[in-house]
Ligand binder design. Structure first.
Ligand code: SF4
Length: 478
């Protein structure tokens, strides 16, 4: 990026993309399109960088659109999530929440927290290291961090980087985690997948299935392994193929933490069953930003019983469809967290009133969403429909917006099916299904029942294939 004109917009790949590492990312300044190996796609086309410059408007906004933009920006700035929590603590606000919930990956998901996890808290980063907040172009939230690093300064680690390259690997020094994260950025690799692969490789080593220097907390070994992965040299040539391929070669498939080949992010689904269903059914596999159900179960201000399956299929379908529609607008999904009313953030989680409200919400979620998804709801509950209405010059209601999301989701599914990925891929690693991490629990995520119901809610058959009636309802020609 330094070699390109400073004023230009840039999207570049690093050595990992050039070497087609399947979790290579695309980097723009210090913001990263991290997941699913888009950097390898650029690399496969010998495309090193895309740059853009110019002054012409790319989209003509009328007064109504500008007014709406102003209104939503002000709203986001005033909301507890997008105006306070994310700007002041960044995504690392989740470290203590996830540790308290016992869902932050620890030693390749063998546990849900470590006594040293608080060393990596967002509050510590804010109090001891923060220089300024940072973030994507034009964003009013700015959830990124710019921090002191040794004698210099650099990018503060995101929650996922802390979870996978820190806690998961037994590294509890914030500066070290930040440096490993920056190393991945410089080489152009996703920190989630890299941390997941390293965690798996460390456990393989521990069990004598892989000969390597990797060991929990051994920073130098991890540093070298990251470099080697991007360059596909030595052990890195194996790591570069990802967790699924490594398990096929070395064994340990039951503790290979991936879904559909994508390594899982930093929310252990044994403490948020809906998120487990979401991972299993996501068209792109182990991803948390295709619905973020965990926000409504365990990491946000409300808690729809994270250890219950009730209503979770409906909730996951709703979240996935909404996310598909929101993402198609190229809107950051964090904005949707502000859909929850501000008073929800003031609720006292230990109070009887909170527990009663959450119990009622857990019971009502399934039936309410089932009904909502079948109504052609003309109301505009979210600002996303309002933006579409302003852009298209006609009213778009929640029903039409959600239907667009469902169409996207089903089309993606048809694509996967055409490419040979069947419903049998809608599952979780055995460790997450079988090994409990909570006192009194006999197993992990009870996926089978949720999955059956999920297929019914989606209008798919028992093999996870959209039925002809569903495709007709969504006006999709098979
Ligand atoms: S667009 Fe989203 S990810 Fe980017 S800084 Fe804003 S809130 Fe953070």
């Amino acid at each position: 990026q330094a070699a390109l004109p400073a004023s230009f917009g840039k999207a570049v790949i690093g050595p990992a993309g050039e070497n087609r590492v399947p979790f290579a990312c695309i980097v723009s300044q210090n913001r990263i399109a991290g997941r699913t190996g888009t950097g390898a796609v650029m690399g496969s086309k010998n495309l090193k960088a895309i740059i853009a410059d110019g002054s012409a408007a790319t989209f003509e906004r009328d007064e109504a659109f500008k007014e709406l933009q102003k209104e939503v920006t002000e709203f986001l700035r005033s909301h507890p999530m997008t105006g306070q929590i994310l700007p002041t603590l960044g995504t690392a606000n989740l470290v203590m929440t996830c540790a308290g919930r016992n869902i932050i990956p620890t030693r390749n998901f063998q546990k849900g927290h470590d006594r040293r996890t608080p060393e990596l808290a967002g509050e510590r980063m804010r109090d001891e290291l923060l220089i300024r907040k940072d973030g994507c172009l034009s964003c009013p939230v700015k959830c990124g961090r710019h921090i002191r690093l040794g004698k210099g300064e650099g990018k503060g680690p995101e929650f996922e980087t802390i979870g996978l390259l820190g806690n998961n690997l037994g590294i509890f020094d914030m500066q070290t985690v930040a440096e490993l994260g920056e190393l991945c950025d410089d080489l152009g690799m996703d920190t989630i997948s890299m941390g997941g692969v390293l965690g798996f490789a460390t456990e393989l080593t521990e069990r004598g299935l892989l000969n390597s220097e990797l060991a929990w907390g051994r920073v130098e070994a991890y540093h070298e392994a990251i470099e080697a992965t991007a360059r596909r040299s030595g052990l890195g040539a194996e790591l570069a193929e990802g967790t699924r391929a490594l398990a096929k070669r070395r064994g340990g498939e039951e503790f290979a933490i991936q879904v559909k080949g994508l390594e899982l992010p930093a929310y252990d689904p044994r403490g948020c069953f809906g998120q487990g269903l979401e991972y299993a059914t996501n068209n792109r596999g182990g991803c948390h930003v295709r619905g973020s159900t965990m926000f409504l179960e365990a990491t946000g201000p409300v808690s729809i019983d994270p250890h219950s399956t009730a209503g979770k299929p409906e909730l996951v379908v709703f979240q996935q469809d909404m996310n598909a529609a929101v993402s198609s607008l190229v809107f950051c999904y964090f904005a949707s967290y502000a859909v929850l009313p501000a008073f929800a953030f003031k609720l006292e989680a230990s109070s009887a009133a909170y527990r009663l409200a959450m119990a009622a919400a857990s019971r009502a979620t399934g039936p309410a969403l089932w009904l909502a998804m079948r109504m052609k709801n003309p109301a505009q509950l979210l600002w996303f429909e309002k933006f579409l209405s302003a852009a298209w010059g006609r009213r778009v209601g929640l029903g039409e917006f959600m239907r667009a999301g469902a169409r996207i989701y089903n089309l993606e599914r048809l694509y996967n099916l055409r490419e040979g990925m069947s419903g049998s891929a809608d599952t979780l690693p055995r460790r997450l299904l079988d090994e409990p991490t909570f006192p009194g629990a006999k197993a992990g995520v009870p996926l089978a029942d949720m999955l059956r119901r999920y297929y019914r809610v989606r209008g798919w058959d028992s093999e996870g294939v959209p039925t002809p009636a569903t495709l007709r309802r969504l006006a999709i020609r098979s």
